[in-house]
Design a binder for this molecule. Structure first.
Ligand code: NAP
Length: 308
């Protein structure tokens, strides 16, 4: 029996673990992939208060070492459901499933859902089939496979801009495809990209079709203003059009909005006694590293207070 189980080992989850164990509670973090969440794929973080510049991996490593060094436990497991016993002090039973289908139940007095969000697909025909065969959602993980080759990046946020910058140092031509002329991402990244001779801005365009036999050979793109269609010969397409949450396993437990986010205000309370939420998986206006860490602190302390 743990005091607090935290579902998700990203910035919000690990911050919640730090606050929980520092308040003298036992905490278990359950995470299905590796620690750190989305930020591990960011080559450079330059907007976290107090840290001028750090790689996402180093940042995540620091969080993990801080949380586990303070005594938080960390287990790799996929949470498939949570049962909450009736009553204000109801024990929470967190069910996990391993890769071979083995189920384990962990118990806690409070649970913090910090499941983050996963990459949003473009929704194109053959996108799933070509994932790993030209289509990728992680430039820093897969960019090296496209050394010297022409590639495209789809998206206009900071992730897409960072991806294009990273790939410009590895690949041949890098087409940056965005559906609007204005970028959502940080201006300093746009400026850095304008300096790169091998980066070609393709705006306002959207990707319409993925072409190629067994692997990606080209993409059909369309200008959203004029309707003009073009074909770009690329062997890689890096999709960076944002994230979406996956909270289906908790649909009977907490209130979820029509986009899949767990409904909770800045107090991180879900409305279900003893269940809290933190980070990108909850309804909120600003999804940043700083707000994920902030949510972790708020939810961690709220869970400690709930336990008493
Ligand atoms: P994002 O800011 O939500 O940007 C998503 C981009 O994809 C937008 O430009 C959007 O276009 C485009 N898009 C969405 N759906 C699309 C579709 N179906 N077809 C074509 N384009 C589509 O996502 P993100 O870049 O992953 O960033 C997420 C958060 O993390 C942001 O708050 C960001 O600032 C932060 N971040 C920080 C760092 C860092 O600090 N180093 C690095 C990366 C990300 P529109 O603009 O037209 O809506």
């Amino acid at each position: 029996m743990y005091d607090i189980i935290i579902v998700g080992g990203g910035t919000a989850g690990l911050s919640a673990a730090i606050y929980s164990v520092r308040a003298g509670k036992s905490a278990l973090v359950l995470e299905q992939k590796g620690y750190g969440g989305q930020i591990v794929n960011s080559p450079e973080v330059a907007n976290y208060p107090g840290i001028r510049q750090i790689s996402g991996f180093e940042f995540a490593k620091g969080l993990y070492e801080q949380a586990t060094g303070l005594g938080a436990e960390f287990k790799l497991a996929q949470v498939v459901g949570i049962e909450s016993a009736q009553g204000p002090d109801g024990i929470k039973r967190v069910v996990t499933r391993s890769a071979v289908g083995e189920e384990t139940v962990y118990e806690a007095r409070a649970v913090i859902l910090a499941t983050g969000a996963k990459n949003r697909p473009l929704g194109l025909e053959r996108e799933e089939e070509l994932t790993g065969a030209g289509v990728s959602y992680c430039a820093t993980c897969d960019g090296m496979f496209f050394r010297g080759k022409d590639v495209a990046v789809a998206g206009g946020g900071s992730t897409a801009l960072e991806d294009a910058l990273f790939l410009s140092g590895v690949c041949g031509k890098v087409y940056l495809i965005h559906r609007r002329d204005q970028f959502r991402g940080e201006e300093r990244l746009v400026e850095a990209l304008r300096e790169k001779e091998n980066v070609v801005f393709m705006t306002p365009y959207v990707v319409r079709e993925l072409r190629g036999d067994k692997s990606l050979a080209s993409i059909a793109i369309q200008n959203t203003a004029t309707g003009e269609e073009r074909e770009l010969e690329v062997s890689g397409l890096f999709v960076a059009i944002g994230q979406m949450p996956d909270n289906r396993a908790f649909s009977g437990l907490v209130d979820i909005d029509d986009k899949g986010y767990i409904r909770a205000a800045e107090d991180c309370l879900t409305g279900t006694p003893g269940i809290f939420t933190a980070g990108d998986c909850r309804t909120k206006a600003v999804r940043q590293l700083a707000t994920a860490a902030s949510d972790g602190a708020v939810a961690g302390l709220a869970a400690c207070e709930y336990i008493g």
